[in-house]
Write a protein that binds this ligand. Structure first.
Ligand SMILES: Cc1cc2nc3c(=O)[nH]c(=O)nc-3n(C[C@H](O)[C@H](O)[C@H](O)COP(=O)(O)O)c2cc1C
Length: 378
């Protein structure tokens, strides 16, 4: 099948599966534990149906939306994706450029493999910045200042990852970063020569945003590095301190409890992303879309609620907005598209989502994204 015939996310996923070594595909695809949460996320969307209404509109529904004082072409963005250098050495650059071209936000992960200044220069847009709290407090401060220096408009603090989840596929595959060609993965790698060639040419994966720490402690293994960079103290006093330090908009990502959301709101947090990290952290947690529909939407204004985990299409974005969120993020679909065809794959995915949004808005009889509400869902 040709790329311009790709019409759903699973077309990209199938292509990614062919092009990536199994241990990389498993790293993207996999979830924590028995992957109950992972499966529940997509099932959550299947359990919500759309109700078309007799629209008075005769033109395509408007997709653009304003959030946090920023204007975007559609209500979705690229979720923070650490270590995507494993998929493609220029992954972050391609994601940043694609997001800029389609005028949607890109959240760069603090576990990114690219320099922030290069991303800003090449894409012409400062990304949103995702922060993990480091065990070494001064490291967290360094990252906040770095994001501030590069004029990132939004700081996204991830609160659901005090330790990495137990991802069994990565353990079975013996995933180690930096990637090393070893007996256990040599066949897997050499049977994907395009992927292998790119990685041999580009050299070892680096973590520019953790450079200070790597220079101070050059013998750290990757897991030690991540345990320092994600294992910082996480409580409301820390969030309060960040709120004081950070001059832009502040979001907490990974909030699943209504009472936490109320506390965050009282503290001046601008929005939350209801998220279970795409099922990669705690297993046996509800799907964010179900929580939004049944609980959060009854307690908070739309402006405060964003959501990720399990979205795979324009239809899922419309369901999320109709259920009461103002914005959505997608993670894996971008990585599948990137793995499948690089920049061209990303462009095709974005076109696909925009088309799904436009056609489904028209079929629903909805005139604009901001006009979507719970009367459109069942
Ligand atoms: C490969 C991969 C890496 C991720 N890295 C990060 C990260 O560095 N920081 C973070 O806050 N979330 C990270 N996430 C979680 C995403 O930001 C997002 O919550 C999740 O992918 C949404 O679910 P979806 O993949 O079903 O769309 C990662 C997800 C994946 C798939």
């Amino acid at each position: 099948m040709k790329l311009d015939q790709y019409t759903c996310y699973s077309d990209f996923r199938k292509a990614a599966r062919r092009k990536l070594p199994k241990f990389v595909m498993d790293f993207i695809d996999g979830g924590a534990g028995d992957e109950k949460t992972l499966q529940g996320n997509t099932a959550g969307f299947k359990n919500i149906q759309l109700i078309p209404r007799m629209g008075s509109q005769t033109r395509p529904g408007l997709l653009n939306t304003d959030i946090l004082g920023l204007s975007y072409a559609a209500p979705y963005g690229v979720a923070s994706l650490g270590l995507c250098g494993l998929v493609h050495p220029k992954a972050e650059m391609m994601l940043a450029k694609s997001a800029a071209k389609y005028n949607i936000p890109y959240i760069v992960s603090s576990a990114s493999n690219s320099f922030l200044d290069v991303l800003v220069k090449e894409s012409g847009v400062s990304p949103w910045f995702q922060l993990y709290l480091s065990k070494i407090k001064s490291q967290t401060d360094v990252l906040i200042s770095h994001a501030q220096k590069h004029q990132c408009p939004v700081l996204v603090v991830t609160v659901d990852a005090p330790v990495p989840g137990i991802r069994r596929r990565d353990r079975y595959n013996g995933l180690r970063i930096p990637y090393q060609l070893k007996a256990s993965n040599v066949i897997d790698s050499v049977t994907h020569p395009a992927w292998l060639f790119r990685h041999l040419v580009s050299g070892k994966l680096t973590f520019p945003l953790y450079q200070n720490l790597i220079e101070d402690q050059p013998n750290l293994s990757f897991s030690e590095l991540m345990s320092i960079q994600t294992g910082g103290e996480l409580n409301w006093a820390v969030i309060d301190e960040i709120r004081d330090k950070w001059q832009g908009k502040l979001i907490l990502k990974g909030v699943m409890s209504v009472s936490d959301a109320h506390t965050a709101k009282k503290m001046g947090v601008d929005a939350i992303i209801i998220s279970n990290h795409g099922g990669r952290q705690l297993d046996s947690v509800p799907a964010p879309i179900t929580l939004l529909n049944q609980v959060f939407s009854k307690e908070f204004d739309r402006e405060f609620l964003m959501l990720d985990s399990g979205l795979r299409s324009g239809e899922d974005i419309i369901k999320t907005i109709s259920c009461g969120a103002c914005f959505t993020f997608l993670g894996r679909p971008f990585l599948y598209a990137l793995a499948a065809y690089g920049e061209r794959g990303l462009a095709q995915l974005q076109e696909m989502i925009f088309e799904q949004l436009s056609v489904n808005m028209r079929l629903l009889g909805a005139s604009a994204i901001d006009a979507l509400n719970d009367e459109y869902v069942f």
